[in-house]
Ligand binder design. Structure first.
Ligand SMILES: Cc1cc2nc3c(=O)[nH]c(=O)nc-3n(C[C@H](O)[C@H](O)[C@H](O)COP(=O)(O)OP(=O)(O)OC[C@H]3O[C@@H](n4cnc5c(N)ncnc54)[C@H](O)[C@@H]3O)c2cc1C
Length: 471
């Protein structure tokens, strides 16, 4: 893609006068780092030396005043701004599509307020997830938001991508964990939501910014719920006869009101990765409960009873304990992405319980010709349905062919989900990968999103080219 420069000559000099942060331009290593996120297609561009989404400049605001100055400057000079948390997006969400400036929040990392009694923490948007979690753990608290990318993502990014973590079946996604937000809007004004356990004074405007991918404003503060660390965790793994049995037991667990904090069901193709045993060919369910010991034990026993009724066989806690110790490990996918011609993809979608098994079978069959391994797991469950990850690992003759196959994988998956009325995204947001499909999914309300966008960002400067806006 050829970009037309969006930053006029001399415009950066205007910004430098009112901005205390760092501003970079050119093609230095640091600039190139902002041309790629963790979207596997971006990894293919990197291997081929392509830079279709290199920003024209990258800046590192240090204060809210810097962000305000930046927004005023961008509006005056009509410069597109793309927020960057830690660049762990796996969909190209933080890659600029119209040039302009990338706004890297890695210098805004302070903990601003911690309230043990009311159980919340207020932070700047760029603090790394693992640093914040460690800070809370030292004080006996936890976020209970545990994305696999905890050590490479930020609260600003979590809110913007509608993130969820490995413990979501009990604690929910970021929409359940977010207590308050401060957002700076393109006209330089600030919107701070009322900090309260709950309110009935009108629509909840936090929701407007959750999943907005920085298209409506820049988040400058995030207030998250925190929880006292659990005194006890209990683990158990089970072999299940087939995918249907696993889906059924997950549904029964959720619909009977049980809330294991960890529930992951792997189909027979992925189970050997989860078990770290080559040749292992069973479907496998990982469960973990927590709380005071008696409750954690009783909840696990109740879950185990349902699993046994579905034909499950207990295989002990060790596989889950081992998984917990490597729950942030991404090395299998990284290994494929790094080698010449190697590719890998993880696409997460969600559907109702009544439709997910058929969708699983259909997607696996459709994607089989495009990769060496096509596998799935189900790991974020609700009373109504569940997420499903499709994971693909493959080897092409070269990186260009690998890129072409990844594009085909996305196209097939999105088209099948749209046909089946599944959601095309469970928690990785839309980014460049899904933006072309959003209007087909959101036929009923995309017009409203567009109206909000046009009202808040009339010049289309905030991460343009995302969420199917202003197409
Ligand atoms: C190994 C790996 C595992 C992952 N596992 C999970 C997982 O378990 N759960 C999950 O939900 N996701 C997961 N992801 C995806 C990714 O980590 C999330 O999408 C994450 O929320 C992105 O956060 P970030 O800080 O890196 O944001 P970035 O990737 O930098 O940006 C993502 C989006 O947020 C916007 N944004 C960032 N900061 C701000 C701000 N201050 N104001 C406004 N907009 C902003 C950007 O413009 C962009 O649109 C994983 C990714 C990797 C690489």
């Amino acid at each position: 893609m050829h970009q037309i420069p969006a930053i006029a000559n001399g415009a950066l000099d205007d910004l430098r006068s009112g901005f205390t942060g760092v501003i970079l331009t050119g093609r230095s290593e640091e600039m190139l780092r902002h041309a790629y996120d963790w979207w596997p297609i971006a990894a293919m561009w990197r291997k081929q030396g392509k830079t279709p989404h290199l920003p024209e400049a990258v800046c590192f605001p240090a204060t809210k005043d810097d962000v305000a100055a930046l927004l005023r400057w961008a509006t005056t000079h009509r410069v597109p701004l793309t927020a960057w948390g830690a660049g762990s997006s796996v969909t190209g969400a933080c890659l600029p599509s119209h040039g302009g400036m990338t706004v890297d929040f890695s210098r805004m990392t302070r903990v601003l307020e911690f309230n043990e009694t009311d159980c919340f923490v207020r932070v700047e948007p760029g603090i790394m997830g693992d640093k914040l979690e460690a800070w809370l753990n030292e004080r006996g608290f936890t976020l209970n938001h545990s994305p696999q990318s905890l050590d490479r993502s930020t609260p600003g990014g979590w809110v913007a991508t509608f993130a969820t973590g490995q413990y979501s079946s009990k604690y929910g996604g970021i929409e359940d964990l977010l207590l308050g937000l401060e957002v700076m809007l393109p006209d330089g004004s600030t919107a701070t939501t009322h900090l309260t356990p709950r309110t009935a004074t009108g629509p909840d405007l936090r929701q407007v910014f959750i999943g907005a991918e920085g298209t409506l404003g820049m988040t400058v503060e995030v207030t998250l719920k925190v929880f006292a660390c659990s005194p006890c965790q209990k683990f158990a793994a089970f072999e299940l006869p087939d995918v249907a049995a696993g889906i059924k037991v997950m549904r029964e667990i959720m619909q009977s009101g049980l809330r294991p904090f960890l529930m992951r069901f792997y189909d027979e193709d992925e189970a050997w990765h989860a078990m770290k045993q080559a040749g292992y060919r069973h479907c496998v369910l990982f469960l973990a409960t927590n709380g005071i010991r008696e409750v954690a034990e009783a909840e696990l026993a109740a879950c185990a009873h349902l699993v046994a009724q579905a034909g499950g066989q207990a295989i002990g806690p060790a596989p889950v304990e081992a998984w917990m110790n490597r729950r942030f490990d991404f090395s299998t996918v990284e290994g494929y992405l790094e080698r010449p011609g190697g590719y890998a993809e993880t696409i997460e979608i969600a559907h109702f319980w009544s439709r997910i098994e058929a969708l699983h079978a259909r997607l696996k069959q459709a994607l089989q010709p495009l990769a060496t391994e096509v596998m799935s797991h189900f790991s974020h469950a609700y009373d109504q349905g569940t997420s499903m990850y499709m994971i693909l690992l493959g080897q092409a003759p070269d990186d260009a062919e690998a890129e072409a196959r990844l594009k085909k994988i996305w196209q097939i998956t999105m088209e099948i989900c749209l046909e089946d009325k599944a959601t095309i995204a469970h928690h990785h947001g839309a980014g460049l990968a899904r933006s072309p499909y959003i209007r087909r999914e959101r036929t009923g309300d995309h017009h409203l999103l567009q109206r909000i966008k046009s009202a808040l960002d009339p010049h289309n400067l905030m991460n343009p080219g995302k969420l199917g806006l202003n197409d």
